[in-house]
Design a protein. Structure first.
Length: 767
């Protein structure tokens, strides 16, 4: 999270809304001496992608000099209503604002005058409440900024909410439910009035809903109402304790995202009040991706959106798979972003995508690496036959029984304008194994200006990353996952070091194999974790090794060569189209290798690495030249621009086959298991929570442990302990299963032996 990238720094131009509707949401804001911050709050409200709101600002007895800014701002938009009252505190001000809400208002949204909203926040909260009518109030994860910077995301339980307020003030609540519980109802100042309100709603059996995306920015300062309430803690807790005492831990079901969703369900319909925007003069491209993480495919997606001319193309990005999305802010710099898994059930994705296409007047849909995006395409194409759908395939994993994205693109081939891939090897795979005809190669490339060794001081970077000097540095830059084989790199590195003691090794990246990698490395390795500037790692490297079992054409290979750093790589995907002996070397990958073949493969990496290190100066000169001459991002953008423009102009005249929408319903069933696994992984890694029934008893233990570690400022150290406990628990569980199987196998062996002996003894008599 980049805490400097605060939303609301400027007013963004919004397209005209063609349909005029009365307010559905009333934003309630108490204003008390917040002249210094209100403008940023104002920008963030007017930048909202959902336009049917009114903003009621209650001046709670502010000083005259503090009101000048707000009195000018309220004149700029007819949706803003401004009233004054004597200073009575935020609770009374909010209740007054609720009483002024329009009769058409269905939801009340609370916003303090120094806090900031992500542009899509109102839209996401509105959609999640409308698609979950049994929920009463909804809030999002929180970005704390100002005095302290941190991301606040907590798993919500009623038990925990009674002990600590986990629900932030920027919450959207059904107006009728607020009125039913008497709204805030606290006239004293400096109280935990919002915490008490959430407990009042829960006590009345109103369900809370937690959205996992960090869409709310909370400004922490010493003069804030929460800080004043903390100094008045004992008195402020009296209402909270009184309200909480009769609430059972299972008082209501908490809805929170991401979540499994139904095993199978037909699409639902809802009566939503939605905007219809005037067509943008630019071409609107809808991108559907699985997530926004650090990886080659994702950096391609980002560079594509980033580099397309802004006066010609507009971007809307939808993601479909649960993830923290570390690159989200980068994508938000260039378009509207919606993480569907953070606020919708999977079955409602289709309805939301349909809404985005119709309301934003989408011109083209671009798919990449998202199974869901592929299988919703026939339904969307049946509604929007003149809109072209194209896909970009980074790699095909033939070990997958369904052929991974090769099978996906084949299944919907008749509805695609075209399929594009990052290398000729993948193109041939799609043609040979999946009978794809409309396939073209568009190389990704890299930015030779950013990845230029002349921009960096190697000595400074060695000191920054605490890397020994006078060593040959060999790097591994990849996600620490099975297909990237980081443990194999460690074995390669150790053998290289036994032959060349002047070598040192860096591992940059994160992932599920991090604990195993930590256990295997020694003093000759530096484990860097996730890095923001990979170019700095290349700048201090003499060689990079990529021993991945699955690639398209690795972005790290482009970047490394652009920095003048040779690459040793497996021959998977299109790596041989970029790498040869002049810029590194290639090692053959054996998908079903025996132990002996695997050992030979490691030895081949060692042998070829030593060859490159021995001729380093000569080989380095060839590396950058190859990128500049053939593989740059600028060339990639020119190719993609032409593809987009041709698709938009020609799709209107293309004859469409009969569309089979049942493929979507069939796919939804198969998605359930993988989607549940991603959901489980999200909670385990980010919140220390196990969702499966067999492990739910550990939730409270991990939560309390994490809280204690936060107090001790030992969160990072605690992660190692928690990872050990998780691993130990899994080992014990497997050991128990193994012992049970051993007993069963022993009994079965005795039975088999008995039957063999019996057959041997009786056979002569039968003869």
């Amino acid at each position: 999270m980049n805490f400097q990238k605060i939303p609301g720094t400027k007013l963004m131009k919004q397209n005209e809304v063609l349909n005029k509707e009365k307010p559905v949401i009333s934003i309630i804001t108490p204003f008390y001496n917040s002249g210094a911050t209100i403008k940023q709050t104002y920008y963030s409200v007017l930048n909202q992608t959902y336009p049917f709101f009114e903003w009621i600002i209650i001046n709670d007895g502010s000083k005259e000099e503090e009101t000048k800014v707000i009195e000018e701002l309220v004149k700029t938009d007819q949706r803003i209503r401004y009233v004054k009252q004597e200073n009575k505190g935020p609770s009374v001000a909010r209740d007054y604002g609720i009483s002024l809400a329009s009769p058409t208002t269905k939801y009340i949204f609370f916003l303090d005058s120094d806090d900031i909203l992500n542009p899509t926040m109102l839209e996401c909260l509105y959609w999640t409440l409308e698609t979950h009518p049994d929920a009463s109030f909804a809030y999002t994860s929180l970005v704390n900024f100002g005095q302290r910077n941190f991301l606040w995301e907590k798993y919500l339980t009623i038990e925990h909410e009674k002990e600590e307020n986990l629900i932030n003030i920027a919450t959207m609540v059904k107006k009728e439910d607020l009125l039913e519980v008497g709204c805030f109802g606290i006239k004293e100042k400096s109280m935990y009035e919002d915490w008490n309100l959430w407990l009042k709603l829960i006590k009345a059996r109103k369900k809370p809903l937690r959205v996992s995306a960090p869409l709310f920015w909370y400004r922490e300062n010493q003069s804030g109402e929460f800080t004043r309430a903390q100094t008045n803690h004992e008195n402020a807790m009296k209402y909270v304790k009184e309200t909480a005492k009769d609430i059972e831990n299972d008082q209501v079901e908490v809805i929170q995202f991401p979540r499994y969703g139904d095993d199978y369900a037909t699409c639902k319909t809802y009566d939503l009040v939605l905007p219809d925007y005037k067509k943008d003069k630019r071409k609107t491209i809808l991108y559907i991706f699985p997530w926004m993480v650090v990886g080659g495919a994702e950096f391609f997606n980002l560079e594509l959106i980033k580099r397309l001319p802004k006066d010609k193309y507009r971007a809307i990005i939808l993601t479909t798979t649960p993830n923290r999305n570390p690159l989200r802010q980068e994508f938000e710099d260039y378009g509207e972003v919606y993480d569907l898994s953070s606020f919708l059930d999977r079955i409602d994705y289709q309805t939301f995508i349909d809404y985005i296409i119709s309301s934003r007047k989408v011109d083209l849909v671009f798919l990449s690496n998202t199974e869901y995006g592929y299988y919703v395409t026939p339904y969307l194409k049946s509604k929007y036959p003149t809109i072209p759908f194209i896909d970009y395939v980074h790699s095909v994993d033939l070990r997958d029984t369904r052929g991974s994205f090769g099978r996906c693109t084949k299944d919907i081939d008749p509805y695609l304008y075209g399929t594009y891939c990052c290398n000729h090897f993948t193109k041939k795979q799609l043609q040979k194994n999946f009978n794809k005809e409309k396939v073209e190669t568009v190389y990704i490339g890299t930015d030779p200006e950013r990845f230029n060794i002349n921009n960096y001081d190697k000595e400074e970077l060695l000191e920054k990353y605490n890397i020994p000097k006078n060593k040959k540095i060999i790097s591994f830059i990849a996600r620490l996952s099975d297909e990237k084989r980081p443990t194999m790199f460690i074995e390669i590195a150790k053998r290289i070091h036994s032959i060349c003691p002047d070598t040192y090794f860096m591992i940059a990246g994160s992932g599920p194999l991090m604990p195993k990698v930590k256990m295997k490395i020694d003093k000759h390795f530096q484990l860097l974790g996730m890095i923001d500037h990979p170019e700095e790692i290349y700048a201090i490297s003499d060689l990079t090794i990529n021993c991945s079992s699955l690639e398209g054409l690795a972005l790290t290979s482009y970047e490394s060569l652009s920095m003048g750093v040779p690459v040793i790589s497996t021959d998977v995907g299109g790596q041989t189209e970029l790498i040869d002996e002049s810029v590194g070397d290639i090692v053959h990958y054996h998908p079903d290798a025996t132990k002996e073949i695997f050992e030979k493969e490691i030895d081949e990496y060692v042998e070829k690495s030593i060859r490159v290190l021995s001729h380093l100066d000569k080989i380095k000169k060839n590396c950058r030249k190859k990128i500049v001459n053939h593989f740059t991002l600028n060339q990639m953008i020119l190719n993609m621009e032409k593809i987009f423009d041709d698709a938009i102009s020609k799709e209107k005249n293309r004859k469409m086959p009969v569309i089979d929408t049942t493929i979507y319903e069939l796919a939804c069933e198969s998605f359930h298991t993988s989607y549940s696994n991603y959901t489980n992984d999200y909670y385990e890694r980010n919140l220390g929570v196990y969702l499966t029934s067999t492990t739910s008893k550990y939730q409270t233990f991990y939560r309390h442990m994490r809280e204690k570690l936060e107090v001790l400022n030992a969160t990072n150290e605690g992660k190692d302990v928690i990872e050990f406990l998780r691993s130990f628990k899994k080992v014990v569980k497997e050991l128990v299963f193994c012992l049970i199987r051993l007993v069963k196998a022993s009994v079965s062996s005795i039975v088999i032996l008995y039957k063999v002996i019996k057959r041997v003894l009786t056979k002569p008599f039968r003869n």
